[in-house]
Design a protein around this ligand. Structure first.
Ligand SMILES: CC(C)(COP(=O)(O)OP(=O)(O)OC[C@H]1O[C@@H](n2cnc3c(N)ncnc32)[C@H](O)[C@@H]1OP(=O)(O)O)[C@@H](O)C(=O)NCCC(=O)NCCS
Length: 239
């Protein structure tokens, strides 16, 4: 399976699966105690995917316990994003020295209802996509952008904080009209499988448009030579 994989640069590690597997760490078990079995299965699988990717970097047993805004902190050397929905789970991971943030999202391939579309559509949203699923793609693009922006420290709280221009060739541009400090566009990609629509956004650390509000101290930055050699390693898909 190579769905979100196809939407991201090759150097971003991706794990995707339709299955359920893995186990939670004790702190995660505490967090998810009382959640529905569906929620626990999806959360467990996506965390197992993330830990497999991290194991390739020599990082083991990293817990993903959501904080109050829903994000689970990643280890200092990497940035990542997770998505899980019925029949699909995926994780993407990149090096923090190169990427400020990543956002991935998958949604079931069902058009939005008119009511939901009206709730999330920004007046400046534009779509040149004529596919009947364009509304689901728009929604997913906003979710992926939201995850990337939230991880980057940009103050985005609502679908209407994000304006999307969907291109018919599988690309989209996102702008943040209500966040004046972010003047440029984020570039993303979208795709459709038989059962899902999916989107991915990466925010490069070198982008001229952004003054990252959460710069890390240089002592936390990984050794570049070591990372170049890790970059060359094969990306392992789970299936
Ligand atoms: C947080 C949100 C983006 C999650 O999206 P979703 O489609 O419901 O769920 P997904 O399975 O795709 O993603 C869930 C994962 O996103 C990640 N996530 C949660 N909150 C996050 C945040 N603030 N920033 C980045 N990633 C976040 C977590 O890894 C989570 O997995 P977990 O709960 O198992 O830890 C969404 O629920 C939300 O609240 N959006 C805010 C409103 C908004 O602006 N939406 C724009 C779209 S119209």
């Amino acid at each position: 399976m190579r769905l979100i994989r196809e939407l991201l640069p090759p150097e971003i590690r991706v794990a995707e699966t339709e299955s359920n597997f893995g186990t939670l760490l004790p702190s995660e078990e505490d967090y998810f105690r009382g959640a529905s079995s569906k929620r626990i299965l999806e959360a467990t699988t996506v965390r197992a995917c993330a830990r497999r990717l991290l194991a390739n970097e020599g990082i083991h047993d990293h817990p993903f316990v959501p904080s109050t805004d829903g994000r689970s902190p990643w280890p200092d050397t990497v940035v990542g994003s997770m998505t899980h929905t019925r029949g699909y789970r995926a994780v993407a991971l990149g090096y923090r020295r190169r990427y400020l943030a990543i956002g991935i999202d998958a949604e079931r391939a069902i058009p939005l209802s008119q009511a939901v579309l009206e709730a999330v559509q920004h007046p400046a949203d534009v779509s040149t996509v004529t596919h009947p699923l364009w509304t689901a793609i728009l929604f997913s693009a906003k979710e992926a952008t939201f995850k990337a922006c939230s991880s980057a420290g940009f103050d985005v709280r609502h679908p209407l904080d994000i304006s999307i221009r969907l291109g018919s060739s599988g690309s989209f541009e996102a702008t943040l009209p209500s966040v004046p400090s972010v003047s440029g566009q984020l570039s993303g990609r979208w795709g459709i499988s038989h059962a899902h629509v999916m989107t991915a956004v990466v925010v490069m650390r070198t982008s001229p448009h952004y003054a990252p509000p959460r710069e890390r101290s240089s002592s936390l930055m990984p050794d570049h030579a070591a990372l170049e050699s890790i970059d060359a390693m094969t990306v392992g898909l789970l299936e």
